[in-house]
Each structure stands twice: as C-alpha cells, then as structure tokens.
Design a protein around this ligand. Sequence first.
Ligand code: NAD
Length: 277
Amino acid sequence: ATVPTIRLNNGVEIPQLGFGVYQIPPEETADAVGTALEIGYRHIDTAEMYRNEKGVGEAVRRSGIPRDEIFVTSKLNNGFHRRDDALRAFDRTLADLGLDSLDLFLVHWPLPTIDVDYVETWKAMEEISRSGRCRAVGVSNFHAPHLSRLFAETEIRPAVNQIEVHPYLAQDELRAFGAEHGIVTEAWSPIAQGKVLDDPAIVEVAERVGRTPAQVVLRWHVQRGDVVFPKSVTRSRMEENFALFDFELDSDAMTAITALDRHERTGPDPDTFDYVP
Ligand code: NAD
C-alpha cells in the first residue's frame, strides 16, 4: 500500500508518512536515510539543529531517486531569527544538503522570550518562499497566540505547524486551531520516543488488531489526519513503522487511544524554551 499525500494550503502535496532523523549521529545519517529510501520512505525530516543535513543530502543523491520524488524538510535553527541571519541560514541549509531547492522550511521554535520577534523571522520566511527556492514554508512549536500574530501581521499562512503530539499529549485544541486556519499538523515524537509503547491500553489494541504497538500509535496519527515521521536506525523497525496503510483502527480503538491524553510533554514547552546554540 502506498503512502497517501496531504495537500498543503498552497497546493503542494506532502507524503503523510516520512522518516525523522533527530538524534541520528551525522556519520550514520546517510546510511540510515539510504535504508529508509530503500524501504520506500519519500519524505525526510531534518533540521540544522540535528547537524546531519549533509548525510541526508548524500543519501538523496546516492539513491538515484529523482529529486522531485523525495520531499525534504529542514528547519531554521534557534539563533538565526533575525532577517539577515535567517536568509543566510537557509542558504547554508541548501548548501549542506547539496540541493537547489527545499520542499519545506520551518521556523524550528518561536522563542517568544528572546529579543528577536518571531514576526520578523516569519517575514524572512516569506522572502525565502518568494525566492522560489522552497516549495512551502511553515512553523514548528507555535502555539495559537504565536500563530495569531502571524495571521495579523504577515501575508503568507504557514503550511504546517510541527508540534509534539502522541497519545499522552493529544493536542486536540491546537490541532483544531491549525485546521481552522488551513494549517496541517505534523506530529513530532509520534510514539513519545517509545514511552507510549508499553501502555496497557495500546498493547490491548495492538493484540486485538494483530499489529505492533508502534504501528497502532502511528496509525492513530494517520487516521487523525496528521503527518508523522517516526525515527529509527533499525531496519526492521523502519519497515514496521512504514507498514501503516493495510489496516484500520475502529472508532473504539481510536477513542481508547485518545483517552490516554494527560498533557504530558517529552520535550520543552515552546512558551518558555529559549535555547540558542
Ligand atoms: P519518535 O517518537 O519517533 O521515537 C523514536 C524512538 O522510538 C527511537 O529512537 C526508537 O528508540 C524508538 N522506536 C522507533 N520505532 C520503534 C518501533 N517500531 N518499536 C519500538 N521502538 C521504536 O521520536 P523522535 O525522533 O523524537 O520524533 C520523530 C521525529 O520528529 C524526529 O526524528 C524529528 O524529525 C522530529 N522532531 C521534531 C521536533 C521539533 O521541535 N520540531 C522535536 C523532536 C522531534
């Protein structure tokens, strides 16, 4: 079964399932992404912060797969939120990836407490979008008030908001707010870095449908309409995480998983996170 695509608010199509490379060591990244491409993944999520863009680019080139068949996302690192810095950081990302253009570029964190206003940063993202070297631009870790300021003070709507979402942090309000404004939610740490996999409710659904807990949780995301890109460096898990489109969860299973929400983050709170490298 093939991976469906989701149409973004500017008409660009994004594969709903991708491969995330956070915490993959730079020297292992080309091989891991190469394996993912062999398995059939056609969407890679990286970031300057992960220091492995070069490996991603190397794998894309080595694969021989036409560039326009692979969707590549990267992110503007913290510390480059001023306009000129953002434009240079984008150039650096393209150079490190060794690509002429990117499919999606995101503001990695809003950093609402630092001395640069993320509205300035977003206006730089608009310039990048207009340059024609990036098919879509979006944000990550933005809360509704951050998005509302962009709506009021800038022209281009973010295509996506990439936020932490998993059964312990269902994010239904922020996802609905995004949807109301034409913004697709991308769910990061979709299996909470493994923490949700031994939850009894998830294990029970997995046993009932004859799938693994990881597949059940990833399928839950897919049926909610979010984009996911689980990370693994183990081929068998990469294959497991890719096999999501030949089964379905019924509404009881969906409800049981959503009921696990306990507003629990694995990562930082975007309202206070101010890390600048
Ligand atoms: P994840 O939820 O994808 O979990 C990955 C971990 O779960 C792996 O290290 C592995 O230990 C385990 N795992 C993976 N598949 C498994 C399986 N089938 N069975 C058992 N265990 C399995 O966590 P993540 O890497 O944090 O998130 C995925 C991607 O989201 C990242 O690689 C990155 O691209 C993105 N991300 C973005 C942000 C952001 O701020 N925008 C933050 C974190 C992650």
